[in-house]
Structures are given as C-alpha cells and as structure tokens.
Design a protein around this ligand. Structure first.
Ligand code: GDP
Ligand code: IMO
Ligand code: MG
Length: 430
C-alpha cells in the first residue's frame, strides 16, 4: 500500500527538516515540495559533505522522483543554479525532476518589491529573506500570477508579463520611489529559460496520483515552520504561504484522505531568524552559547538566528495546526554542555495563563511571560549517538518530558548534522 508522510517544521523554521527528509527518503519513491520557494534553506550533510538546497527537494541524493508542486513559487534562475551545482556532483535530473505547470513564477520585480516594502517598514520590517516570496504569493491570490506553463507560450507570456510589469513598475516608481525593472530584459531572460525547462514541466497532480496508484511511498517536504504560517503563525511576522500540513494537500492537488502521518520536526531548543515575537528568547550568554555550538546562522541569508529555550506552549499549537502524529527532536547534542535546561510550559500574565500559544494581538502577547520547568543538564557528549539506550539518563528524561508535554510520540532524535547521526525509534514507512 502506498504511504504518504508529511514532514513539517513545528517551530519558526530551520528545525533540521532537510537532514531528516534526506534520511527518510531511502524508504520512499518520491519527495515533493508543496509550498514556499527559495526562502527555504535545507541543509544535508552526507558523509561530511554539506549541501544546502533552496528549491530542489531534499530527496535528490537518492534514486527517487523529486517533485516541485503547484504550491511552490518558482524562481527559475535559482533552480537552474541548483541544478548546475548538483550536476557537478553527478546528479542527473532528466526523468527525476518534475515541475508543476501551475507553479507561479517569481520575477525580478517581485524581489524589488520585497526589498522596497521592507525598506519602507523601517524598524517594523519583517526581516524577510528578500527573495520576492510575499509579492509572488500576493499576485497569485490577486489572480495576476504568471504560471510556469505560460512561459512555454511566448505570446501569452509576453502579454501576461506586460500586465504584471506595468503594475509592479507603477508601485516601484510611484509608491516606493525606486527604479523600475526593465520589462524587455526580463522577457528575454525568462523566455531564454523556456527550452531548458520544458522537459521538466507537467501536471504534477496527475503524476503524483499515478505514483500513489502504483503503491509508491511519498514524502511531502514542508518548508519554513508552523509558526511562520500565513494564517496560524505570528502574523504579520510570518511568511506568505501556509506552512502547516494542510498545505501538502492544496499545494499538490492530492486530497486530504491520502495522507497517513505527519512528522513534526522540533529543535531541542528554539530559534528564529527575522523579526517577531519569541517569548523564550535568550539574550544572554546561554543564548550565545547555543548559537555558537548550534552554528545558528540562516542557511539562505547567513543572518544570525535568535536562540531560546524550547517552548512547549508554541509547540502544542503546532501539534494542533499540523495534526502531528510523530515528532523528531533535532540538535540534542547542542545542549550537551549546559548545567540546566529550561522548557516553557505556560505563558502567564496577571490572572491569565495559556498552555497553548494563543491567537491574541501581539501587544497582548508581549505582556505574557513564560513559566519554565527546569531540567538537569547531562554534561556529556551525545554527538553521533544512534542508540536511544546510550543517551545519558538526563537526556532521556528531557526527551520524555517533551513527549509527555506534547502528548505526541518522539520517533526520531537527531544527534548531529550528518545523515548518520540519528536515533530511530519508529520507522514511518513500515
Ligand atoms: P531546515 O531548514 O529545517 O532544513 O534546517 P537548516 O538546514 O536551515 O538548519 C539546520 C542546521 O542544523 C543545519 O546546519 C544542519 O546541518 C544542522 N543540524 C541538523 N540536525 C542537527 C543535529 O542533530 N545536530 C547538530 N549539531 N546540527 C544539526
Ligand atoms: P526553512 O525552510 C527560517 C522567515 C524570514 C522572515 C519571514 C518572512 O529553511 O526552514 P519571507 O522571505 O518568507 O517572506 O520571510 O519568514 N523565513 C524563514 N525562517 N527558515 C526558513 O525556511 C524561512 N523562510 C522564511 O526570516 O522572518
Ligand atoms: Mg533552513
């Protein structure tokens, strides 16, 4: 029987999704990106060799189909760069990479608008990755988007581009007072991509459906994290797509009854890159220690990631929003040297307490203080451990505390960046 597993980040992104997806791919036939774009940065370390993927699904180092489905906003120059760099490592793409004809395209003017909007916001800026993601999704919702299939029809593409660029350049010059983007240059450059990209373009819903009917195992690769979801995240400090598991359905065209389980990836602590609320943030030497040991720099922009304690209040919301059935805790080894490790179990303000991240205004949220439970550190190396029984007792206690707080089974524990550094308690595809 075909099995479908959705993998999502259950915090603010960068939980280690790429690593986990790569190692789970050995039991699959296809890996599918279903939302986001090249704002994602998914790191794979295989036998010490590091690769960061922005658009190509993290299963690419295995003999599987890699699908970029309709929910993804596609920046073709980044895709081509990634293909070129992976080809130099011996990866072949023909008959392996499949691009949805319905992917909305990201154009240079989306990137210019993203930058102009952020500059206008000043100290209220979201801290986007500057990849044009927000403006591209805006155009999709406004029914102005250019789909990948439009690029294969020169006249239609030029016509749609003209409409879109008139609108973008009006905003850039009149509202944001910055230079317009040259439409002719964009038309020439994008049309020059058409022949190269055409062999990969198809109806990926039909393709996936045929795989499912053929009893294939499918892995759906989430990007970003649940707390960056456009509906359920810390709005407006979010990305512009639904990052929660439901997007695996809308972002591929495969209906919800096809999905068997949802694996939520959580770091053993919390990080966030960009602006926005972060109740358990550590602005002290412990935060600095975690950042240093965890090498917490954005895989896409290189920005330092903010670090803090594990937040069970926020994680409980993710469990609900994604219907997470299994958890993978990553970066346990980063906490190895700490004397004491804290977990936020509630938020409190005067008489009110919340055990699940609440849907309230940011000003109200800012008044809440996390209440912590303290755990003894294990003070020994867990790096590279692959057997649960070999973990120190304090680390086992910490994991079991997270498991019982979230009422969700911890099925995997990651103890280092390499594919091999993993403890597997449950096989998701068995
Ligand atoms: P993603 O966006 O969720 O795929 O995560 P990123 O790749 O942006 O960030 C995760 C970072 O942590 C990468 O540098 C990984 O190589 C690294 N990493 C993943 N799992 C572990 C782990 O268990 N321990 C350590 N020390 N590093 C890890
Ligand atoms: P992966 O898939 C962490 C954040 C940005 C910013 C906000 C909006 O690697 O986990 P955007 O460019 O999407 O409009 O930025 O979302 N963000 C991420 N943070 N990991 C990511 O992806 C992210 N993708 C976007 O930093 O705060
Ligand atoms: Mg990342």
């Amino acid at each position: 029987m075909s099995k479908s597993v959705i993998v999502v980040g259950a915090q603010w992104g960068d939980e280690g999704k790429g690593k986990v997806i790569d190692l789970l791919t050995k039991n699959c036939d296809a890996v599918v990106r279903f939302q986001g774009g090249h704002n994602a940065g998914h790191t794979l370390v295989i036998d010490g060799n590091k690769t960061v993927l922005h658009l190509i699904p993290s299963g690419i180092f295995n003999d599987v189909d890699c699908i970029i489905a309709n929910g993804v906003v596609l920046h073709i120059p980044t895709l081509f760069e990634e293909i070129k760099s992976l080809e130099s490592k011996g990866i072949e793409f023909i008959n392996k990479l499949h691009l949805s004809s319905l992917c909305p395209l990201i154009l240079p003017s989306h990137i210019a608008l993203d930058e102009a909007r952020e500059n206008t916001l000043g100290n209220q800026a979201i801290g986007t990755t500057g990849r044009g993601i927000g403006p591209a999704y805006e155009d999709k919702v406004a029914r102005r988007a250019i789909h990948l299939m439009d690029l294969l029809d020169e006249e239609l593409f030029k016509d749609k581009l003209n409409n879109l660029m008139n609108y973008h350049n009006f905003l850039l010059t009149n509202l944001y007072k910055v230079n317009p983007i040259n439409e002719e240059e964009v038309a020439d450059q994008w049309l020059s991509f058409a022949d190269t990209i055409e062999p990969y373009v198809k109806d990926t819903t039909q393709y996936l459906d045929s795989l499912i009917k053929n009893d294939s195992n499918i892995l759906y690769e989430g990007a970003q994290g649940a707390l960056l979801d456009i509906d359920h995240g810390t709005y407006p400090f979010v990305t512009s797509s639904n990052t929660t598991a439901g997007a695996a359905s809308t972002g591929t065209g495969i209906g919800p009854r096809q999905f068997n389980s949802v694996l939520g990836i959580i770091k053993a602590y919390t990080t966030r890159v960009g602006s926005g609320p972060f109740p358990t943030e550590l602005n002290d030497n412990i935060g600095e220690h975690i950042a240093k040991v965890g090498v917490e720099f954005g895989a896409t922009t290189g920005r330092p990631r903010r670090c803090g304690w594990f937040d069970a209040v926020a994680a409980r919301k993710s469990i609900i929003n994604n219907s997470i059935s299994h958890l993978c805790i990553t970066k346990l080894d980063v906490l190895d040297d700490l004397d004491e490790i804290l977990i936020a179990i509630e938020y409190e303000h005067e008489e009110e307490t919340y055990t699940t991240y609440p849907a309230v205004s940011l000003s109200k949220l800012n008044k809440f203080k996390p209440r912590y439970k303290r755990y003894k550190g294990w003070k020994q190396s867990t790096a590279g451990i692959t057997d649960f029984n070999k973990l120190p007792d304090e680390a086992k206690d910490y994991i079991s505390a997270i498991q019982s707080m979230l009422h969700t089974k911890v099925s995997m524990i990651s103890t280092g960046p390499d594919r091999a550094d993993i403890i597997i308690m449950d096989e998701l595809f068995s």
